[in-house]
Design a protein around this ligand. Structure first.
Ligand SMILES: Nc1ncnc2c1ncn2[C@@H]1O[C@H](COP(=O)(O)OP(=O)(O)OP(=O)(O)O)[C@@H](O)[C@H]1O
Ligand SMILES: [Mg+2]
Length: 270
């Protein structure tokens, strides 16, 4: 498996709560890093836990970017004690991945945090900085970026969404995760993104795969991963799941191969 050296790859993982987004994103990050790629892993979940899933030591836990009030004030010019009315919409962010990220084994982890209210329509200094940062990373042509997202796609404005090679909706055998995949597809379409591809996680029974193929017949299914008690145990014990996912290396490699084949030259920055 290999991505051409001059090509980046931009992936986003989303899906219903608890389906395995973080697990799958971390496995893909580690797989790409082990293949020699420098990967930026973005934890864009309001409750960040990609750090643990990636096996980074937990003695240093970075503050999420959204919580760095002083930095946000400095970059946007927003005033202290109430954000004031005016702030820069195009803050400088190029230095932030290096400054704020944690690094290990070809992986740079960035924890974005969350903006309290407002959702996708929020125009506040925090969301301006987060969006600018995501956009900066997604538009870097040679960069490999993997985003662990929540159910929605709010971190992706229209400007940066075009740079995403693949949105992946993780589902499990449960119907509610399929409803979530459909909702994600609708949200993605709203911002001009292609339909997500699907990865089925937590398969306990071969019939699960047939049922999901049927239920999500109008989605592209990239592959499926078994329920593996060692993965759940690794999370419980705070250990890294990668080495433990002994049942599925071939399935994972095939999923990564398909994701890598989505790689294409990034659009020119606007
Ligand atoms: N294939 C698997 N086999 C066994 N356990 C798994 C598997 N995938 C995920 N898990 C476990 O299920 C739990 C939820 O997984 P994970 O945190 O990856 O889901 P998530 O979608 O990111 O959740 P959240 O919505 O809370 O962010 C974790 O304890 C994880 O270790
Ligand atoms: Mg998660």
């Amino acid at each position: 498996m290999g991505i051409p050296a001059t090509r980046g790859l931009k992936l986003g993982f989303c899906g219903k709560g608890g389906v395995g987004k973080t697990t799958l994103a971390s496995l893909v990050v580690r797989h790409l890093a082990a293949a020699g790629k420098d990967v930026v892993a973005i934890d864009a979940d309001p409750v960040p836990n990609l750090q643990a899933a990636l096996g980074f030591p937990m003695d240093v836990v970075p503050r999420p970017v959204a919580d760095l009030k002083e930095l946000i004030e400095e970059r946007t010019g927003a005033k202290k004690g109430g954000w004031g009315t005016f702030f820069r919409m195009n803050p400088t962010v190029a230095d932030l991945p290096e400054r704020l990220g944690l690094s290990r084994d070809n992986i740079r982890l960035l924890v974005m945090g969350t903006v309290d209210k407002g959702g996708s329509g929020c125009v506040c200094p925090e969301s301006i900085v987060l969006k600018a940062l995501v956009r900066h990373l997604l538009l870097a042509p040679d960069q490999v970026v993997v985003m662990d997202m929540e159910a929605g796609v709010e971190h992706l404005g229209r400007g940066s969404s075009a740079a995403l090679d693949r949105l992946v909706a993780v589902v499990d055998p449960g119907q509610r995760s399929h409803v979530a995949a459909r909702r994600i597809r609708a949200l993605a379409a709203d911002i001009g993104l292609a339909a997500p591809a699907v990865v089925l996680n937590n398969v306990r029974d071969p019939e699960d795969v047939a049922r999901v193929r049927d239920s999500l017949h109008d989605f592209e299914l990239l592959g499926h991963l078994p329920f593996d008690p060692t993965v759940a145990r690794a999370d419980r014990d705070g250990a890294m799941p990668y080495a433990e996912l002994s049942l599925a290396p071939a399935a994972l490699a095939e999923i990564v191969r398909q994701l890598v084949s989505a790689s294409r030259p990034a659009p020119a920055p606007t």
